[in-house]
Design a protein around this ligand. Structure first.
Ligand SMILES: C[S@@+](CC[C@H](N)C(=O)[O-])C[C@H]1O[C@@H](n2cnc3c(N)ncnc32)[C@H](O)[C@@H]1O
Length: 205
């Protein structure tokens, strides 16, 4: 990683992801997590306060070492064991059928090979295990989609590889998950190309 990815980007991510308007969405995504959890794109641990009591352990995956350091205060208050277990969601260092649940919040937009990451999540989840996510992505409206496709190259360049136009529900289904409880909406307070959210639970079929 270069200096921007290593030293600057994790601070910008922490700042952007620290916006309190995201907290209700984090809470919703985390609500039914249970047992052994793998969280991809752990960042600076912004989801820690929202892990429910039904979680027994969290294996955190993220390439950003600085993000893990910035999580220190939240890690100190965590009520479940959390270990930094890997760097890349595209190649998870776990056996098949290791986890009960998986969590991704605003991360599937950034991972270069998102299909590989979803395949890996399915592999390490037990059959019937659940993927819980909140992600921005391709909007339902064609006009907004047009803008998303236009802006996407700039977004990727300035926002650490973040894509605006990934169709999250379709990607998740194509990886062999069955979508349950999917809610798609525009988050108030941000322009539509950036605010088309999906909050969902998907079951490993
Ligand atoms: C927009 S941030 C979201 C962080 C956190 N999930 C949150 O909600 O605050 C995206 C995160 O994905 C991480 N990331 C990028 N590439 C990744 C990869 N290949 N595997 C796992 N995480 C990755 C980044 O380091 C960053 O922490």
């Amino acid at each position: 990683m270069g200096i921007y990815e290593d030293r600057v980007l994790p601070r910008l991510v922490d700042l952007a992801c620290g916006n309190r308007i995201m907290d209700p969405l984090r809470r919703r995504a985390c609500t039914d997590l249970h047992g052994r959890v793998v969280e991809i794109g752990f960042g600076s641990g912004r989801n820690i306060p929202f892990y429910p009591a039904s979680v027994t352990s969290v294996s955190a995956i993220d390439p950003a070492g600085l993000g893990w350091k910035m999580a220190a205060d939240r890690l100190a208050t965590a009520t479940v064991p959390i270990e930094r277990a890997g760097l890349d969601g595209q190649a998870l260092p776990f056996d098949d059928d290791t986890f009960d649940s998986a969590l991704s919040t605003w991360t599937l937009c950034t991972i270069p090979d998102v299909a590989a990451a979803l395949r890996e999540l399915r592999r390490v989840l037990i059959p019937g295990g659940t993927l819980h996510f909140v992600e921005h992505g391709l909007a339902p409206d064609p006009k907004v989609q047009t803008w998303q496709h236009r802006i996407n190259p700039v977004q990727k360049a300035v926002a650490g590889g973040c894509h605006l136009n990934r169709d999250m529900p379709t990607l998740v289904r194509e990886a062999g998950f069955e979508l349950r409880e999917a809610d798609r909406f525009y988050q108030p307070g941000a322009p539509k190309p950036w605010s088309a959210m999906t909050v969902a639970v998907a079951v490993s079929a």
